[in-house]
Design a protein around this ligand. Structure first.
Ligand code: SF4
Length: 315
């Protein structure tokens, strides 16, 4: 994934080696691995009820009333500015990666500067296209001010990623002057690949898609909003799904926080062990969601509702 273009490979590997030591102190028991899907606590209560990872992990609401609203009453949260912006940024990242790869394949003898000249002029149209796509996916429309802000953020993000990609291309070319396009792409683009995962054995959707940093089997998640304490739960859900589907262990993950409010976007990366606490908490939410849906009972509101809860206006 192109958002990974700014990842510093040496730094990443160092962080994961440290976590590997930490994992020795607090290993993850087999009981809480996805391949234990035949037994509690991993075994889902029902094989037919399936959840999206984000649906369970985005724990804005402590009492899970959001699940009740969505699954029992069929209420959808109105798409907010932040939601539309987040989808637009993800779209920009996908486009940037695709454009860079295509450029390298189509222009076998080109360098970073030519990539810049070729791709940078696209930034505005990529920004408008990403916003239009996000609005149509979520079925909402931003007002003019928010739309312009989002388009500008998208264009800045695209330009930033292309500049990183061009620099990576030149570094690769100067190190391997005789490499072919295919291997240039492999070296210039970091070792992150998108994996399709069937999470049905652990009560999750059949078509999940997860980014994996392959040298450490670490799973990645990109967030474009504020840092929230429940974000690691997303990684727990994906780890359980991959372990159940493929039987490989997923010990590490990282969350990339992207901020696009300045001309040059900034990134913060949180590396973590997908440990037992996160797994337990995720499974508890899954089972609680199941019981709310099967009983159809309103769980009520928590003592305080965060105003950034997507359901705040309709709950
Ligand atoms: S508004 Fe409150 S009760 Fe409703 S879903 Fe959000 S946090 Fe839960």
């Amino acid at each position: 994934m192109c958002s990974m273009l700014f990842l510093d490979r040496a730094e990443m590997d160092k962080r994961f080696r440290v976590l590997r030591q930490e994992l020795l102190q607090r290993p993850i028991s087999d009981e809480l691995r996805g391949w234990n899907y035949g037994n509690p606590p991993v075994k889902p209560i029902s094989a037919s009820l399936r959840f999206g990872v984000g649906e369970l992990a985005s724990r804005y609401c402590e009492t899970l009333r959001d699940i009740y609203l969505k699954r029992v009453l069929g209420v959808k949260p109105p798409p907010s500015y932040k939601m539309i912006r987040g989808v637009a940024f993800h779209e920009v990242m996908k486009t940037a990666l695709f454009d860079m790869k295509r450029f390298i394949y189509d222009h076998a003898d080109s360098c970073g500067k030519e990539m810049l000249v070729n791709l940078l002029p696209r930034s505005e149209s990529v920004g408008s296209g990403a916003l239009a796509k996000a609005e149509s996916v979520l079925g909402g429309k931003l007002d003019e001010y928010e739309a312009n802000l989002t388009k500008l953020g998208c264009a800045n993000l695209y330009e930033f990623l292309i500049v990183q990609g061009a620099a990576a291309l030149d570094r690769t070319l100067s190190k391997y002057p005789h490499a072919e396009s295919d291997s240039i792409v492999n070296v210039a683009v970091p070792p992150v690949s998108e994996r399709k995962v069937d999470g049905s054995l652990v009560g999750l959707s059949t078509e999940l898609s997860v980014d994996i940093y392959t040298p450490f089997n670490a799973i990645a998640d990109v967030k474009t909003g504020e840092v929230r304490s429940f974000h690691p739960l997303t990684l727990a859900g994906y780890a359980l799904a991959i372990e159940s589907d493929e039987g490989i262990s997923i010990d590490f993950g990282f969350i990339i926080y992207i901020r696009v409010d300045k001309k040059v976007p900034s990134f913060a990366i949180k590396h973590l062990i997908v440990g037992e606490e996160y797994r337990r908490e995720f499974l508890e939410v899954r089972d609680e969601a199941h019981s709310i849906i099967s009983s159809g009972k309103d769980p009520g509101k928590p003592s305080r509702c965060p105003n950034f809860c997507p359901y705040y206006g309709v709950c």
